[in-house]
Design a binder for this molecule. Structure first.
Ligand SMILES: [Zn+2]
Length: 80
């Protein structure tokens, strides 16, 4: 027998691509009264306009984009 575990609110939020409130599932959510960096993490505040829940979206450093002044694919000097 295969048991399917229910998703947590966090898992469902991630599965929905962050498009719905983790508390009430409304799509009437709004990013952004603040951002905070902590090492390789970035936190962006989000709030729900329907149930007033608030949370931070958490992002991990995943790459280098829009490089100017260097080639991100060039071998690092000194080579590591
Ligand atoms: Zn909500």
């Amino acid at each position: 027998m295969i048991e399917i575990l229910p998703l947590t609110r966090r898992e469902k939020y991630l599965k929905n691509g962050g498009g719905t409130c983790p508390a009430c599932l409304s799509t009437n959510i709004e990013c952004g009264t603040g951002t905070e960096m902590d090492g390789t993490k970035l936190y962006v505040s989000v709030s729900c306009n329907d149930c007033d829940a608030t949370w931070d979206d958490e992002y991990d450093l995943a790459g280098v984009a829009n490089a100017d002044g260097f080639d991100p694919d060039e071998v690092a000097v000194p080579a590591l």
